[in-house]
Write a protein that binds this ligand. Structure first.
Ligand SMILES: [Fe+2]
Ligand SMILES: [Fe+2]
Length: 191
């Protein structure tokens, strides 16, 4: 397994963990256990938006998918769908943010918030599962050593403003904060 694939899979694990925290928190909020204006909820949504949309997805689109498209043109439709899903996921997250704002103004809109959280969670999990089952195994066999070297170099360029160490450190700190403060879910996580 290449270092670049390790990075993508590790980032999926992190996004998955934060989604689990979001689910636990949305359950607690709808039970009245957490105040809707909890800064933890806003931190989670900020983390998901920034980490996924401006850190993880560009790695996929600008490097992994781009290289795979060159080596395996027949998977273009799948790659196009996954790229569309990046945009769709961000739109669902924007709806979730709006529902949180509405909930903050009026606690009676709890159902809208819970539904928006569930819709986003389900969508993102399916998206990552699709990448893990359809694209990553294909990339593992289709890309050549020099392709992986090129991708790996882009991912580990510490001076890169997008993928550099300072951004990685910030996301590490946010991730630790979220996992430390989120409640543990008592409901089965069956999305
Ligand atoms: Fe993706
Ligand atoms: Fe991904």
């Amino acid at each position: 397994m290449t270092q670049a694939l390790d990075i993508i899979r590790r980032e999926h694990t992190r996004i998955g963990s934060v989604l689990t925290c979001l689910r636990a928190l949305s359950v607690e909020v709808s039970r009245g256990g957490w105040r809707p204006h909890s800064s933890l909820l806003f931190t989670i949504l900020e983390y998901l938006d920034s980490f996924a949309a401006t850190y993880h997805h560009p790695k996929e689109e600008q490097h992994l998918f781009k290289m795979l498209r060159q080596r395996r043109p027949e998977c273009a439709a799948t790659l196009d769908r996954l790229i569309r899903e990046h945009t769709e996921g961000r739109a669902l997250l924007a709806q979730l943010r709006e529902s949180l704002d509405a909930f903050w103004r009026d606690p009676r809109s709890v159902d809208r918030f819970r539904q928006a959280a569930d819709a986003y969670l389900t969508f993102e999990r399916r998206h990552m599962e699709s990448e893990e089952t359809e694209i990553l195994p294909l990339a593992e066999t289709a890309l050549k050593t020099r392709d992986w070297d090129e991708i790996g170099q882009a991912f580990s360029d510490s001076e890169d403003p997008l993928f550099g160490k300072s951004r990685a450190r910030l996301y590490d700190e946010l991730y630790d904060y979220v996992l430390e403060h989120a409640p543990v879910s008592e409901e089965p996580d069956d999305d």
